[in-house]
Design a protein around this ligand. Structure first.
Ligand SMILES: CC(C)(COP(=O)(O)OP(=O)(O)OC[C@H]1O[C@@H](n2cnc3c(N)ncnc32)[C@H](O)[C@@H]1OP(=O)(O)O)[C@@H](O)C(=O)NCCC(=O)NCCS
Length: 364
């Protein structure tokens, strides 16, 4: 009997402080109508804690949904492009927080494709018998690299975390096909220049290279074409067609990108999970949060064919086709949540505004 990885638990953490389109009207020259029409986004969350705090909350919900203890997990993969720290890895930090003493742990960076890359990695390790129960988390604190004076970028992104548990199954469910790839030469379309050793020790951080840079129109085109081609590839490998798909859970970068990619694939929007309106683009956290919302709102039934797909910085892309198992209702629940805060969203963004202000001193 073929051994595959099936999803048995899911969870998410959406921080309580919201940055609405109305709030953004106070920060940059924009308006709610423009943002909703061009992106589908109405609000996003701004985290008042750290990346791992969100990851921990999402993981605790996923463990409860799967009916597992942290000690049952034998591998943690954390997908993030906005890590709290680079050594030790955030996955190790999370392992300590959860008390997942039996788990190996590592971080994976494939930008917005990170969770799907990690899901394919986890599934492959389970299929080969190396691991049995894997916790995959996507967690992002993107406001850290966001210039809240730049209307081209700051309206799009938000913070959050999502998690899923992958377990070994021989019932015919699990990952049937996958596609993942990268185009390094096109990487200059989405860059955060100085989050690594390019950061100058003597001169300190330069605001010009510390913010996310992307070329919106180029990325839009890459994304639409990339998602459609990647999903087709994964479906071919699984030996199924777009008509067989019950639900696509895409990366939530822009509602227009999702609509255009779905059109290319001939998949109606009734078979696409979209939750971008109150999440924004949360990079590696977006697919697991959408998956969690899909599961918790009854969008998945036993035996469904579910496709996860994402594209992002690198440029990277990944798609995975899963035959869902019997678990469509959480076994248990958790009351894990971030601690409350009295801070306003403007207070949380004050340091960003101050840091990036010199780049805009000459703006009209
Ligand atoms: C960024 C994005 C929403 C812009 O949408 P668009 O329809 O391509 O808009 P354009 O770039 O053509 O801009 C149109 C105009 O709106 C303006 N504009 C940009 N942001 C604006 C804002 N927040 N509010 C109001 N106007 C805005 C532009 O300055 C431009 O004005 P101009 O014509 O006077 O120069 C879209 O390109 C996108 O989503 N790209 C993908 C980005 C992404 O997801 N990146 C991460 C991938 S993981």
């Amino acid at each position: 009997m073929t051994r595959r990885a099936t999803i048995t638990g899911w969870g998410k953490c959406l921080p309580p402080v919201k940055l609405t389109n109305a709030d953004l009207e106070h920060l940059v020259d924009t308006d709610d109508r423009w943002i909703v029409e061009r992106t589908g986004i109405k609000s996003r969350s701004i985290n008042h804690m750290q990346t791992t705090d969100m990851a921990e909350v999402a993981a605790l919900h996923a463990l409860a949904a799967a009916g597992l203890e942290a000690t049952d997990i034998d591998l943690i993969i954390m997908a993030t492009v906005s890590p709290e720290i680079t050594c030790p890895s955030n996955a190790c930090h999370l392992q300590a927080r959860l008390g997942a003493v039996n788990a190996a742990a590592f971080d994976l960076n494939a930008a917005c494709s990170g969770f799907v890359y990690a899901a394919i990695t986890a599934s492959s390790m389970i299929a080969s018998g190396v691991k049995q129960r894997v916790l995959v988390v996507g967690a992002e604190q993107l406001h850290w690299v966001m210039d809240y004076w730049d209307r081209n970028t700051c309206i799009l992104f938000g913070d959050g975390a999502g998690a899923a548990i992958f377990e070994s199954s021989t019932n015919g469910d699990g990952m049937l096909g996958a596609d993942l790839g990268a185009d390094g030469p096109a990487g200059s379309t989405m860059v955060i220049e100085s989050l690594g050793t390019r950061y100058n020790l003597i001169e300190g951080r330069d605001p010009a290279t510390s913010r996310l840079h992307f070329e919106g129109k180029a990325v839009f085109k890459i994304a639409v074409q990339g998602i459609a081609a990647s999903v087709r590839q994964a479906l071919d490998q699984a030996g199924v067609s777009a008509d067989d798909v019950n639900l696509v859970v895409p990366h939530q970068a822009n509602e227009r990108i999702i609509n255009a990619a779905a059109r290319r694939l001939g998949i109606g929007l009734d078979r696409v999970m979209i939750n971008i309106a109150d999440h924004g683009n949360t990079a590696a956290a977006s697919v697991p949060m959408a998956l969690c919302d899909a599961a918790n709102t009854g969008r998945i039934t036993p035996g469904d064919l579910v496709v996860m797909t994402a594209f992002g910085g690198g440029v990277t892309w990944a798609s995975a086709v899963f035959r869902w198992g019997q678990r469509v209702t959480a076994v248990g629940t958790s009351d894990a949540a971030l601690p409350p805060t009295d801070a306003t969203v403007f207070e949380l963004l004050a340091a960003n505004r101050e840091f990036f202000a010199p780049l805009h001193s000459g703006d009209a």
